[in-house]
Design a protein around this ligand. Structure first.
Ligand code: XBP
Ligand code: MG
Length: 253
């Protein structure tokens, strides 16, 4: 067996979309709907334990606004979330959210090396398209053979469904690919699908448990911006490139 594919999470892994996009969009949607809710960064940090925007809204209602009167919680969450998605896409369309360190370089190198690329996320498909188009250009959508998003499977992460779905679409076994994640829920999902994972942390996930990760880094790094190894075997690599991925693959997959 050899390494054939790289499967990327989106939120928190490709870009800091949670802090710079989703949180802002949720709050703007609340305002537009005249809800006197304002999620702070601290609260959002906690709410991120629940993946998926609609589920997050319902969780918030149940646990933080039990007095809120609503006949049909599902329909209400859908309405708020629909508006939030429109606002999020508009925000991404302004170019406000760059990709994280090393992401563009790694996509290019992997693409050139013939590795197959895919996405496995719990977010809404329109959000993924907007991020890719606005950071890499429309043609980059074709770099991703499969985009598995929140609408493809019944159970969101930490369930392994989206990773299993992506592997099935690509006709790959789990030990032919590597997953890229930033969160505990993400690594649990990838591991449940049988994948080995490289983790890049961010401000919301730095204290998460990443047991089972091949390696945990602060970011993917660049030739002039080395990554910081948080956990994992020592390596001569200073940034994540195809050679380093092959080194990890040979050791763990
Ligand atoms: C991402 C999420 C998403 C986003 C919001 O998790 O939990 O819910 O916060 O997206 P992961 P939507 O990075 O593990 O895929 O509002 O479109 O659901
Ligand atoms: Mg994530």
């Amino acid at each position: 067996m050899s390494l054939k594919a790289l499967i990327f999470d989106v939120d928190g892994t490709l870009a800091n979309t949670e802090r710079d996009g989703h949180l802002i969009a949720f709050n703007l949607a609340f305002k537009e709907l005249r809800l006197d809710w304002a999620w702070s960064n601290e609260l959002y940090h906690q709410l991120l334990d629940v993946t998926g925007g609609q589920l997050r809204i319902k969780h918030y209602l149940k646990n933080h606004k039990p007095e809120f009167e609503c006949e049909d919680v599902d329909a209400f969450a859908k309405k708020v979330h629909g508006l939030k998605t429109q606002i999020y896409v508009r925000l991404v369309d302004t170019g406000a959210i760059p990709l994280r360190t090393g992401v563009v370089r790694l996509f290019n190198e992997a693409h050139k090396a013939g590795l197959r690329l895919a996405i496995a996320t719990t977010t809404t498909p329109a959000n993924v398209d907007a991020l890719i188009i606005n950071t890499l250009g429309k043609e980059a959508l074709d770099w991703f053979e499969v985009i598995g998003a929140g609408d493809c499977v019944p159970n969101l992460k930490p369930a392994g469904d989206v990773y299993r779905w992506v592997l099935e679409q690509m006709n790959l076994a789990p030990n032919q690919a590597i997953a890229f994640e930033d969160s505990h829920n993400g690594i649990v999902a990838a591991t449940e699908a049988g994948l080995k994972t490289l983790v890049t942390i961010n401000e919301y996930t730095e204290s998460h448990n990443f047991d089972g990760a091949m390696t945990v880094l602060n970011h993917l790094g660049e030739p002039d911006t080395p990554f910081h190894l948080i956990t994992g075997d020592k390596t001569d690599a200073t940034y994540v490139n195809v050679d380093y991925l092959k080194e990890l693959y040979a050791k763990y997959c």
